[in-house]
Ligand binder design. Sequence first.
Ligand SMILES: Nc1ncnc2c1ncn2[C@@H]1O[C@H](COP(=O)(O)OP(=O)(O)OP(=O)(O)O)[C@@H](O)[C@H]1O
Ligand SMILES: Nc1nc2c(c(=O)[nH]1)N=C(CO)CN2
Length: 179
Amino acid sequence: MTDSLLVTVPAHPIDAVLAFGSNLGDREATVEAALAALAAAPGVELVAASRLYETVAVKPDGVDHEAPSYLNGVARIRTGLSPLDLLALVHRVEHAHGRVRVERWGDRTLDIDVVLYGDLTSDDATLTLPHPRAHERDFVLVPWLEIDPDAVVPGRGRADELLRGLPTSTLTVYAGERR
Ligand SMILES: Nc1ncnc2c1ncn2[C@@H]1O[C@H](COP(=O)(O)OP(=O)(O)OP(=O)(O)O)[C@@H](O)[C@H]1O
Ligand SMILES: Nc1nc2c(c(=O)[nH]1)N=C(CO)CN2
């Protein structure tokens, strides 16, 4: 059964953190369009967005240098949407940008994860909060720390300390292909 908190409309706007990834097509245009769509959505205010980072694809067996690399970024929004309405919005934006799911962690034009919704924790498979793998992903922690140096993953610890515990990072700041 879905946790009732996941369908509760908040009494006050909630800060939520979203992580973006794209490794197919015009990655920069896709991420920028997704951010614009989220910023324009009723009940969402875009508060901050990180730079984009070029990152090596991580597959279930480890990093895959043969796969197209990702652009990753993180945004903080303030929202009056319930957690599940936010997830539904994120899915609509993914589908509007041609998201096709073929295999687990397969290449994709756009992936948006809900990293955090306020301090809500959930172990519901439909929306697990905080995102169950955010704490082990440099491609989430690095851009998140850029916009929130004191970021904390509830139940896991400070993002800067989590990052220090990960293998050497393969991220580089994306300078842009068209600029
Ligand atoms: N915090 C969350 N953010 C986004 N989706 C989530 C979250 N928790 C659970 N899900 C569920 O996970 C399902 C699969 O999501 P998705 O296809 O984006 O996974 P993935 O990108 O392949 O892998 P990962 O979740 O490791 O990034 C979604 O349909 C969604 O209901
Ligand atoms: N570098 C990188 N690798 C990934 C990413 C991602 O966003 N960036 N997302 C995945 C599943 O969501 C799987 N692997």
